[in-house]
Design a protein. Structure first.
Length: 176
C-alpha cells in the first residue's frame, strides 16, 4: 500500500514557520542548538532543585539498582546517539537521506536517545527523580523543534522523505 504522505501532518508546522525559515538549508546540527537552549534551563532547574533536597531521591529503589539502570540506559543511549551521529555526518557529506540503522525506527534517533535514555540515565545515576519528571517536557520541546528540520528535509528530498516519514516514528521509534 502506498503511503498517503505527510503534508497534512506537517501543515500546522508549516503555518508556524515563515517562508524565510523554510528556505534555509539544513545544517549538520539541525535544530540541536534550539532544543538545547530550550531544554537546558529545565534540566538545570531539575538538577539543582533535586540536589537541594532528599525529597527528590528515589526512595524505594536501592542505590545499586539505580546505578546499574543508569549505566545501562547510558550505554544504550550512547550507542544510539553515536551511531546516529556517524550516519548523519556521512549522509550530510554525501547529500543523502539516512533511513538505515537507528533511523529505520525513528526519524530523530539522536534526540530520541537523549529524551528516552540519556536524561533518565542521568536521573538514575544522580538519584534525582525530578530529572525523570522533566522527560515529558523534553519530548514536547524536541517535538516542537523537529518540525523545522522535517519541513526542510521534505523540501530537499520530496517523495523519498514523505515515504520514509510515513513509515517511521518522529521521535518515539515505530517498530516495523
Amino acid at each position: 500500500m502506498a503511503p498517503v504522505g505527510i503534508h497534512g501532518a506537517l501543515l500546522p508546522v508549516q503555518e508556524r514557520i515563515s517562508n524565510k525559515t523554510m528556505s534555509k538549508k539544513n545544517t549538520l546540527f539541525g535544530s540541536g542548538y534550539k532544543i538545547a537552549a530550550a531544554a537546558f534551563p529545565l534540566l538545570f532547574a531539575a538538577f539543582f532543585i533535586g540536589r537541594m533536597s532528599q525529597e527528590f531521591c528515589f526512595r524505594f529503589v536501592s542505590k545499586a539498582l539505580l546505578l546499574g539502570a543508569g549505566v545501562g540506559f547510558m550505554i544504550i543511549g550512547g550507542v544510539i546517539y553515536l551511531s546516529s551521529a556517524v550516519l548523519i555526518v556521512r549522509a550530510y557529506k554525501s547529500g543523502s537521506l539516512v533511513t538505515g540503522g537507528p533511523f529505520a525506527f525513528s526519524r530523530n534517533p539522536m534526540y530520541a536517545s537523549f529524551v528516552m535514555f540519556l536524561v533518565p540515565a542521568t536521573s538514575f545515576i544522580i538519584d534525582n527523580w525530578l530529572m525523570c519528571a522533566a522527560v515529558p517536557f523534553m519530548y514536547v520541546i524536541v517535538n516542537h523543534f523537529c518540525g523545522e528540520e522535517e519541513v526542510r528535509l521534505e523540501e530537499r528530498f520530496g517523495r523519498e522523505w514523505r515515504v520514509y516519514a510515513q513509515c517511521t516514528g518522529k521521535i518515539i521509534p515505530r517498530l516495523r
